[in-house]
Design a protein around this ligand. Structure first.
Ligand SMILES: [Zn+2]
Length: 98
C-alpha cells in the first residue's frame, strides 16, 4: 500500500494511506486542496496540494474531485475562497455517501 506523509495541525507528522486522502480541485481556479482525517486525533485536516502532489496522486489512481461553481454551499457568498469549513463539510458529506 502506498503511504503518504502529511502533517496534522495537532499531531505533527502523520502517515496516511492514499485511501485516507480526498483531493479536491476548485472549479473556480482557486487551487487544489487535499483533505484527510487524522488517524491519531480524528480531526479533519485540509491543505493546499501542489502540482507534484497532484501528479503523485494521479499516478496512484487518485483523481481529484472538481467542485464546479455554483455549488450549493457557496450560495450567498460571493467570491469567498474555498474555506477550511467548506472542505471539512465536503469530507463529511463524501464519507456519509459511502
Ligand atoms: Zn492529529
Amino acid at each position: 500500500m502506498v503511504r503518504v506523509k502529511s502533517r496534522c495541525s495537532k499531531c505533527g507528522e502523520v502517515t496516511l494511506s492514499m485511501e485516507d486522502i480526498i483531493l479536491v480541485e476548485h472549479g473556480d481556479g482557486e487551487g487544489t486542496f487535499y483533505t484527510f482525517r487524522c488517524d491519531v486525533c480524528d480531526e479533519f485536516q485540509a491543505y493546499p496540494a501542489d502540482s507534484r502532489f497532484i501528479d503523485f496522486m494521479g499516478m496512484n489512481g487518485m483523481e481529484s474531485i472538481i467542485l464546479k461553481a455554483p455549488i450549493e454551499y457557496k450560495e450567498g457568498r460571493e467570491k469567498d475562497p474555498l474555506s477550511w469549513d467548506d472542505l471539512l463539510d465536503l469530507h463529511l458529506q463524501l464519507q456519509e455517501e459511502g
